[in-house]
Design a binder for this molecule. Sequence first.
Ligand code: MN
Length: 724
Amino acid sequence: MSVGDVEDLVTLIRAYNPKSDSELIRRAHAYGEKMHEGQFRHSGEPYFTHPVAVAAILAEQQLDDASIVTALLHDTIEDTGSTFGEIEEKFGREIAELVDGVTKLTNLQLNSTASRQAENFRKLFIAISKDMRVILVKLADRLHNMRTITAMRPEKQVQKARETMDIYAPLAGRMGMQWMREELEDLAFKVLNPEGRASIIRRFIRLQRESGDVIHKITGDIREALDKAGVEAEVFGRAKKPYSIWRKMQEKEQSFSRLSDIYGFRVITETEDECYRVLGAIHRRWRAVPGRFKDYISQPKTNGYRSIHTTVSGRDGKRVEVQIRTRQMHEVAETGVAAHWSYRDGVRVENPFAVDPAKWIATLTERFDSGEDTDEFLEHVKLEMYADQVFCFTPKGEVVKLPRGATPLDFAYAVHTDIGDGCVGARIDGIRVPLWTRIRNGQSVEIITAEGQSPQATWLDIVATGRAKSAIRRRLREADRSRFIKLGRELARVAFEHVGRKATDKALATAARRLGLKDGDEVLARLGSAELVARDVVALLYPEAVPVADEIEVESAVVGLAHGQSFERAPCCQPVPGERIVGIAFRGHGVVIHAIDCDGLEEFAEQTERWVDLHWQPGNHPAVHTVSLDLTIANDAGVLGRICTLIGEQGANISDLEFLDRKPDFYRLIVDVDLSGVEHLHKVMTVLEADSDVATIRRLRDAGRKLPRPEEKVRSEGERDVQA
Ligand code: MN
């Protein structure tokens, strides 16, 4: 059909659909022709001949006006200055959305050669196409391109043929469009395996020569048998396509010698009842081949296919394959889902066997459970089934399936853990995007990696897949451990030097053995994470070296308690010796001591009988009074280690460390330091403040209440003593 033939198209449509909106068809034709003006196909023809041919393929399937207009416009958004808005304005929302759907399918980069990806591609197609007519138009588009493929460069031909074989032909089959499937397969076969196809055709011609006009003879035999039985029916015979023969040979590892491998016969009746009468007549006349009888009339396939299949030993004992079905069943068998949209005499055809695509899809999961036709692709397919998934591509065209809401980080970890760990950025469809961007169906994702990058704690909030989450957590734990080891080494060095020793590997290994730990590194990691106290490790190895200081016993540190009364330091204000304090009595629980200016005292204001007048013993207290310091320090290598060294040099012990707000440049941490008193605290804070990498430092009061900690970690004197 040439570009000017809009009236041919209109006539073709009106023949089956007199109520077709011919004006709409003419407008779409005129618009498409204008938009594609000046564009040419590889063959040299005007480009618009292609959309017109695609429209004609759909008209041959007797499809509705919307599908045909979509065919006429299917390349306008992609290849011309046209837009979704313009098409919506001129042709309405329905058609604009159909054209947009076809454009999305066209934009998929189907350049994967891995056929294991084919099923994902097909699922992707269905996920993207909200309306099955989009797939019908796309299949007709591909069919025309395959029919005219010889105009393309050879490499391009092979690529297109591969795609057709892997994706489009099976898709047509699953849509129930057998003729389309067979033609697509054969066109692709011609490109992919021209020798194989030629050898089958040669063989086929020889067999034909040997056995004469087999189709004519066998259809005659069948007609005779039916006449005898008094059944009205039409009988057709046809040669199978070379590709179907070739595939059967591959499957059964047989050379083709049987006629049933080449020819197929069909008997078309008017009623279902007649189908069984035909079957009876054929089985009376010839012997049925065991195991080849299938009744898809009483048990139709999910795509609506109904037919009786049988194979008999016909003339001269040669096998003859026969399919028996009614005219309406035949229509569904040939056009599949397309039958739902087809028109005849101006009305949508009421074919009782045509499957409503929506209902078809709804029954799929159900049928799947019963185990019927489990190989059928559409058994697994349900448009909504993919609502929670996205399919996207690697730069090489591999499909990656992710849950909806997935980000480039999920994509990176899905491809490889190393790519995830090293991710510093991403491009989606060639454009730089933030890592928290949600990936959409059909997008192509490229991950930018850099040496030395490592997973950030904030990534955990960005990713959607368990795989990415656990990989990030693992790496963060490893990173924490190596930081703890470094830190532990500093702490150990200071503590050992304090008693004139060195924290050698041997010393640490001995400590590990005595503590029942794996190795010296484990000792260091625990020191760094404050699970172990450096002073205790030193005492374990050199008990004699730890000086027994002339210190006040912890039990008698506070003056003013009743005999045998115990005390605890309040976790809210963490008072240390030298500060003014007051006690609050708890029945049976001794006394809790607070700093005199602690806000926590307010709640006891009315209960004056519980207040106990107390003060610290003057003199040297042991460094066991924990104070929380809130530090913001530069995120540079070595800073944290130096901070710990500074604290250790002041004779203070770090009993806990907690990292908050990790930022690329600075980060905040809470350091719990065990001190002897208020002077000791001032010394430690002064030394830290003087360090240029410490941005802020403050004593954290009300620690238990104000800190955004997952669980309140409160330490009392009593507990401290147990640990020591
Ligand atoms: Mn096209």
